[in-house]
Design a protein around this ligand. Structure first.
Ligand SMILES: [Zn+2]
Length: 227
């Protein structure tokens, strides 16, 4: 006995606005293929899983954020090569989706570094009013003036750490069109991008704590005096 999976079965999916050629081709492949109910019960199970994954892809590509304790967070990331740019587009989309998902859960999140989702490349994604991608960033011209701040991180969302950061510095990087850009980062942006830059070198804010009393759980922040 054979069951034929008709194209109509997937009508709602092929009409989905987020559909793409790859998914459509796969659905057509499944629609044309004949399955024996007796012999290929597993094929249906695979199809069910495939459909579920398709829907997840349509909605958002939220990746798992590596958490404190994962040794990958201490690795040094490799520079991005120009020929890798095209392949990194989906990583940038994933960083965006993952950060927005985090922001929805925790009410915070302005930037994320690629190694935080396990992509060991020197790439930072920031979204403040509009998206900015920093590829192979290099820091220099750090100010003598330092500031002390309570820092947080998507890789340890419940923890705050008191650290010292440069008040300002210069950042040279490549944008998504591989053009070299230079910007001076000050105050909030300086603090934020030093944090993300550290991720590329496998350095976490917990390693930069000012002293032994520089840790606090987020829900205890009412006890934190101004720094
Ligand atoms: Zn972080």
């Amino acid at each position: 006995m054979h069951a034929i999976l008709s194209k109509k079965t997937f009508h709602h999916q092929t009409d989905h606005p987020a559909n793409n050629k790859g998914v459509k081709a796969n659905l057509e492949f499944y629609s044309k293929r004949e399955y024996s109910l007796d012999e290929n019960r597993m094929s249906f199970e695979r199809l069910r899983v495939y459909q579920k994954n398709c829907w997840q892809k349509y909605k958002m590509a939220v990746r798992e954020i590596l958490l404190l304790g994962n040794p990958k967070l201490y690795e040094i990331s490799a520079p991005v090569l120009k020929e890798e740019l095209e392949g990194l587009k989906s990583v940038i989309e994933d960083l965006h989706d993952t950060m927005l998902d985090f922001k929805h859960k925790y009410g915070a999140g302005r930037a994320i570094a690629a190694p935080q989702i396990g992509v060991m490349k020197r790439l930072i994604y920031m979204y403040i009013q509009h998206p900015t991608v920093f590829i192979n960033p290099v820091m220099d011209q750090e100010s003598e003036d330092m500031m002390t701040v309570w820092d947080d991180c998507m890789s340890f969302p419940e923890l705050l750490v008191k650290v010292k950061r440069y008040r300002s510095f210069r950042l040279t990087y490549r944008d998504q069109q591989w053009r070299e850009q230079t910007a001076t980062m000050e105050d909030d942006l300086s603090e934020l991008l030093q944090h993300e830059y550290d991720h590329l070198d496998g350095v976490l804010a917990v390693s930069k704590a000012v002293d032994a009393k520089s840790f606090a759980l987020r829900n205890q922040r009412k006890f934190l005096c101004s720094v």
